[in-house]
Design a protein around this ligand. Structure first.
Ligand code: GYE
Length: 360
C-alpha cells in the first residue's frame, strides 16, 4: 500500500532528522516514483505473461499495488453490470491494482459507509459513482483530511467546494436528453405528425441522480408547444419498477403517444406493460418508445421492433479511471470534467451489424 510505504518513509526520515538534529528536510517524493515503477512493472508483466504471476506476487508482497476503493451504485441495470465488469477487469493485480469493490444497493447511506471504510483502510484512491448528486460534503471532507484523492465516475456530485474531488468522467446526460427530444421532433415531422398533439409520459431514473436530472432537463428543454408531458414518475432505473409505473400510467391515460424511459431496463419493463395491456409499441406500433444507455439488450429490443431508439451512455469507465490514476501517479494534471462521446441508435440503422461490433 503506497500510503503505508509513504508513512513508513516519513517516520524513518523523521527519526533520522531527530538523530542528526534539525536542518535537513525529508524527501517523501521518492514514494510516487516507486509506484510509477510498479506500474511499469505491471505493464511489463502484461507483455511477458510467463513472469506475470511472480511479478504480481512480488508487487503484492512489496505492497506496491495501488489500492482503489470503488463505491458503486448497485446492480440495478445492464448498464451498471457492464460498468462493474469494466472496473473489475481493469483494476486487477496483473495491472498493478487491488480493487475494493462495494455495491451500495442504490442507497446513498451505504455509499457513505463504504467511503468511510475505504478511508479507514487507507486506500490510495477512492472512486465514487454517486447515487444522487447532493449530500456528500462531510464524507468528502473526511477523505480530504485523510489525503485520499476522490475520483467521480458516471454520475456527478453537486458540491459547494469543487476541490473536494479530483475530477469526474462520465456521459453528458443533459445532451442525451436534448438529443432524444430532437430525434422525436424529427421523427414526428418525418411521419407527418409535426403539428399533432403528442402525449408523453416519462419513466424517470432515481430522483436526484445526475443521470435522471440531466435526461429529464435535457428532454424538457426540447419539448415542443404541441407536446404534453402527461406524467413523470421514477422507475428507479429498474425493469420491475419501470413495468409497475408504466402499468399505472396505462390505467390513468388511454392516449399515450410516447414513453421516454430514462434507461433501457425501464424501457424493457414498459414494453412488457404495454403488451400486457393489449397495446402496441415500437416502429410498427402505436406508442413510440425512447430509451437511454444502448446496452446490447436494447439492440435486441429494437431489432425485435419493441423500442424505437436508444441514446447511448457509455459504461466502460474502468480504463478511463485507470488512465486518470496513472496520470496522478506520474504527477500530471488531469482535466476536472471529462465527457465521453456518445451516439444514438434507432430502427432505421443496421442494428445487427452495429451490435456485433459493440462491447456492451
Ligand atoms: O443510465 C442506468 C443506470 O448513471 C448513467 O444508471 C448511469 C445510469 C444508467 O442504472 O441504466
Amino acid at each position: 500500500m503506497k500510503r503505508k510505504v509513504l508513512s513508513a518513509l516519513l517516520s524513518v526520515a523523521m527519526v533520522a532528522t531527530m538523530l542528526v538534529g534539525c536542518g535537513s528536510s525529508s524527501q517523501p517524493a521518492a514514494a510516487p516514483a516507486d509506484t510509477a515503477a510498479s506500474a511499469e512493472e505491471a505493464q511489463a508483466a502484461d507483455a511477458a505473461p510467463a513472469e506475470e504471476e511472480a511479478q504480481t506476487a512480488d508487487a503484492a508482497a512489496d505492497g506496491d499495488l495501488i489500492v482503489v476503493g470503488y463505491a458503486q451504485v448497485g446492480a440495478e441495470s445492464d448498464w451498471r453490470t457492464a460498468n462493474t465488469e469494466s472496473f473489475k477487469t481493469t483494476f486487477t493485480e496483473e495491472n498493478g491494482y487491488q480493487l475494493i469493490f462495494d455495491d451500495a444497493q442504490q442507497k446513498q447511506e451505504n455509499q457513505i459507509k463504504a467511503i468511510r471504510s475505504f478511508i479507514q483502510q487507507e486506500v490510495d484512491y477512492i472512486v465514487v459513482a454517486p447515487v444522487v448528486e447532493t449530500g456528500w460534503e462531510t464524507v468528502l471532507e473526511e477523505a480530504k483530511e485523510a489525503g485520499i484523492p476522490v475520483i467521480l465516475s458516471d454520475r456527478m456530485m453537486d458540491v459547494s467546494d469543487e476541490s473536494l474531488y479530483t475530477c469526474w468522467v462520465g456521459g453528458n446526460f443533459e445532451k442525451e436528453g436534448q438529443d432524444a427530444a430532437k430525434w422525436l421532433a424529427d421523427k414526428l415531422e418525418a411521419d407527418g405528425r409535426g403539428d399533432e398533439e403528442i402525449n408523453i409520459v416519462t419513466l424517470q431514473g432515481t430522483i436526484g441522480a445526475s443521470a435522471q436530472v440531466g435526461r429529464t432537463e435535457g428532454f424538457g428543454s426540447g419539448m415542443k408547444d404541441n407536446w404534453n408531458m402527461l406524467a413523470m414518475q421514477t422507475g428507479e432505473f429498474t425493469q420491475s419498477k419501470g413495468q409497475e409505473v408504466m402499468e399505472s400510467f396505462l390505467k390513468q391515460y388511454d392516449d399515450i403517444d410516447v414513453v421516454v424511459c430514462e434507461n433501457d431496463n425501464m424501457a424493457f419493463g414498459a414494453v412488457d406493460a404495454i403488451k400486457a395491456a393489449g397495446k402496441t409499441c415500437g416502429p410498427e406500433g402505436d406508442i413510440i418508445i425512447i430509451s437511454f444507455d444502448a446496452v446490447s439488450a436494447a439492440f435486441d429490443s429494437m431489432i425485435a421492433g419493441d423500442i424505437n431508439a436508444s441514446f447511448e451512455c457509455n459504461p466502460l469507465h474502468g480504463p478511463r479511471v485507470a488512465e486518470i490514476i496513472q496520470k496522478l501517479e506520474a504527477g500530471e494534471e488531469v482535466d476536472k470534467i471529462q465527457y465521453v462521446d456518445e451516439a444514438y441508435f434507432d430502427t432505421t440503422m443496421d442494428l445487427k451489424k452495429i451490435q456485433s461490433e459493440r462491447l456492451y
